[in-house]
Design a protein around this ligand. Structure first.
Ligand code: SF4
Length: 487
């Protein structure tokens, strides 16, 4: 019996009807209905708050992420991180279920903490919540205090905790909340009047690209600037395969994080993912404080390097100047393949700013710009970038829309390519355009998180990926008489 014969359809849909709807969803009429949609989100390009909180927790030495909430939610964060990085993402959950939804999850939390400390011997446990305890109003503050009083955790054991309700915000807000709590916990009582570590505190933001973290370190090394990275996931999610398993590879040393309050300066990159943390740092950390965009594209990388030079009174090293020259050369060599091409973009606010800036530098057109959890502030900031360029005139920003909206845009007002994460592959396939996977998560390609997108090296990486794909398409689709050795 064939596979088809085994399927018994409950309702038969005539082939003509399937064909009619297939065509209809590509029309202007459907697009209008799609954009009038209010009570339903389809394929949103963002994850929930706790996932970002887990990323922040992994950025610290010996830290065990602890989900106060449902087991299934914890599996979702772990598997998403695991599929993106192709590395383990060890975390525990106190597995709240029906009874704890009724009586509260304090017992789960206490038992979970006791077991986690005994089994996994962490140096810190970072607790964050899934939807369920947030909906029933669990009081994390009281629960953690009680855990100490009852002896489930030692008095001096660091246990930062963050409320990360998923029905509000996205992974970037959970990242911010968890990072803030970790820094507040570790730096408590550590500020020393007159002490200066002489170091830069670099906050890379909610960034899932381990190559970016390594690139920041390389740039700071070239400058000769001592630093503490808050929070450093470069080893946690990109550790060497040496035949042994480490539960907690890498991460920012807890002592360094504690002493970061006495730093010479703090730069917070990706301000949309670190807003609360930065506000608190401004009031509590010594030294100078700067929040600035991710250094994606030439202009934003220049601004980052100039800021480093200014804060530490050092000239931009000749090696980085040469690197800039090579990146500009790479852009010049490749610009004809990107110039005038239209792009659709979606993703986190900080990344969108970077993509838009980079594309405008290349004379490309960031035509549809979509953010699934946006705000007036990010919309204005992107619009200002567009207004400052010839190539931004016909571009449009779509705030708080999803990838089903994006599909309508692609089918009714086509572009040449899309930039985002794996979730956009269905729309890209329907529209017959390439998808450049620069965002998070990337489930369906390998090693992309190892290729930096920030800095001058990031510019070269993005230009190379994009232009070579366009050239591939030309080779794959041109008539024989136009199939040339040179491109
Ligand atoms: S949205 Fe809520 S229920 Fe869904 S995975 Fe996130 S925390 Fe769990």
């Amino acid at each position: 019996m064939s596979a088809d014969a085994a399927v018994k359809y409950v309702t038969e849909t005539p082939v003509e009807e399937i064909e009619r709807v297939k065509n209809w969803i590509n029309t202007e009429e459907y697009k209008e209905k799609n954009f009038a949609r209010q009570a339903l989100v389809i394929n949103p390009p963002h994850a929930c708050q706790p996932l970002g909180a887990q990323l922040a927790a992994h950025g610290f030495e010996g830290t065990l992420p602890f989900v106060h909430g449902s087991q299934g939610c914890a599996s979702y964060y772990r598997s998403t991180l695991n599929r993106h990085f192709r590395e383990p993402a060890p975390a525990v959950s106190d597995s709240m279920s029906e009874d704890s939804a009724v009586f509260g999850g304090q017992n789960n939390l206490h038992e979970g903490l006791e077991n986690a400390l005994a089994l996994y011997k962490p140096k810190m446990v970072a607790i964050f919540t899934s939807c369920m305890p947030e909906i029933i109003g669990d009081d994390l503050n009281a629960f953690v205090k009680n855990a100490r009083l009852k002896g489930f955790i030692p008095n001096d054991f660091p246990t930062p905790y963050a409320n990360t309700p998923s029905f509000n915000g996205s992974h970037i807000h959970g990242y911010d909340a968890m990072l803030l709590s970790i820094l507040q916990t570790l730096t408590e009582g550590k500020a020393v009047e007159g002490r200066c570590t002489g170091k830069l505190n670099l906050i890379p933001g909610c960034d899932f690209n381990t190559g970016n973290y390594r690139e920041y370190k390389r740039i700071l090394k070239e400058f000769g600037i001592p630093y503490t990275m808050l929070a450093d996931i470069s080893e946690s999610f990109d550790s060497p395969c040496d035949g042994s398993y480490h539960v907690y590879p890498g991460g920012t040393r807890l002592d360094d994080a504690a002493d970061s309050i006495n730093g010479k300066a703090t730069i917070s990159l990706g301000p949309y993912a670190t807003g609360k943390t930065f506000t608190w740092i401004k009031d509590n950390y010594a030294g100078k404080h700067v929040a600035m965009s991710l250094p994606i594209g030439i202009e934003k990388t220049d601004a980052f390097l100039m800021k480093l030079a200014e804060l530490f009174g050092k000239p931009v090293p000749a090696s980085l100047k040469a690197e800039r020259g090579r990146a500009v050369d790479a852009l010049t060599d490749a610009h004809q393949y990107m110039h005038g091409k239209k792009f659709a973009l979606y993703g986190d606010p900080d990344y969108l700013l970077g993509y838009v800036s980079f594309l405008l530098e290349m004379g490309a057109i960031p035509y549809h710009i979509l953010c699934s959890k946006g705000s007036k502030k990010i919309e204005k900031e992107i619009q200002a970038l567009l207004d400052g360029s010839l190539y931004g005139k016909e571009c449009k920003i779509y705030m708080n829309k999803d990838l089903w909206h994006m599909r309508s845009l692609l089918m009714t007002d086509p572009v040449d390519a899309m930039i985002g994460d794996t979730h956009g592959k269905f729309a890209a396939r329907d529209a017959g355009i390439p998808l450049f996977r620069f965002g998070f998560p990337v489930f369906d390609r390998v090693n992309l998180h190892r290729y930096p997108l920030i800095g001058y090296q990031g510019v070269v990486n993005m230009v190379t990926a994009i232009c070579n794909k366009f050239i591939d398409i030309r080779d794959d689709t041109c008539e024989d008489r136009f199939f040339e050795m040179m491109r």
